[in-house]
Design a protein. Sequence first.
Length: 334
Amino acid sequence: MRISESKESNRLVSLALRLTLPLCLIAIASSALSSAVVSSSSFHAEQRTAQSTAPAQPKLLPAPARWRGLIGEYGPDDAILIILEKDGRLSASFKRGEIEQLDEVSKNIFKFPAPGPHAQQQLIFTRDRSGRATQVALDRVISKRRQIEPEAGANQLRVKPVRPVAELMKEALAAQPPKENGTFRQADLVELTKLDPTIRLEIRYATTNNFLGTVFYSEPRAFMQRPAAEAVVRANRKLKAYGYGLLIHDAYRPWYVTKVFWDATPDDKKVFVADPAKGSRHNRGCAVDLTLYDLKTKKPVEMVSTTTKQLLGLIRIIPEELRCNAGTASCCEM
C-alpha cells in the first residue's frame, strides 16, 4: 500500500487540509485490512526512506476569516447543504454530491457560476452578531444552520445518559461479547506512538472530556492492529510535508466500553454509537478517531464539528493512506 505520487492524490490531500473537517472518526474496514499486511522490516525501511526524501510542501492557508462563519451544514437531514472552502474558493455541496465553486458577490451573497446545475442562482446568508451564519436562502427557500459543533467555548458534544454510567459500567464488565464464527486475523495490537513518536495523543476516554463525561480508560494510550497502525503512520508521515501531524483521540476500544456507550445513549442518538451485539471496528482494533495538529504550534487545527457523521459525503478527501488497499473508509461511532 504505497503513497500515490499522482497529481490527483496531491489534490485530494490538499483538499483534506483546506477543509475545516471535524474530528476524523475514520474506520478502516476489517475486510480491507486482510489485504493490507505489511512486514515490519519493509515498513520501517520504507518509513526511513520516505522521511529522508519527502520534500517540504508550502503550508496551506486557512479559509479567509470572512468565510469562516459561513462554513458548515444547512437544511434538513434529507436535503443537507454543505458549505466549505476548496482551493481558495467558497464552495457548496448538495446532498453530499459534487462540490460546486461559488463566486463572491458580497460579504453575504454568493453566486453559482455558469455553466452548472445551479448556474446564476444565489446563496444569501444571514449572520448573527458574531458573524456566524444562522441560515442561508436559495431561491427563497431558507435552510437553517445545523448544530454540528459543540456550544461556544467547548470542544466536545455531550449526551445525557439514560441511566447512570457507573451502573452501566458494572453491567457491561459482567457481560460477554457476542461469539463470532469464521476465520479471523490473529490479534496483533501495536501502540501507535511506538511506531511513530510524532503522533500526538489526546485520548478523550481517559478523561471526562467525552460525550458521556466519564473516564473509561486508566491510561491515555492508543493501540491498533498492525496493518491499520502502519497505515496511520504513513498518513502522518505524508501530512508532515504540509506542516501537519495526526492527533489521536481513540483507537482500539474494549467491547465493554462500546456496550456502555450503547446502553447510555438515547434511542434518537444511537446512530452515533455501535451496537454491541455486532461489535465495532474500534473493538477489532481497526478504527481510529483523529484530527490534525499544526507541527509548529502543536495546537489542533480548528474544525467545523466533532464528528464525521455530519460530512459523510466528504470522506473521500481523507488522505489515501487511511483507506487501506481496498480504498474503504467510512464513519463509525463516537
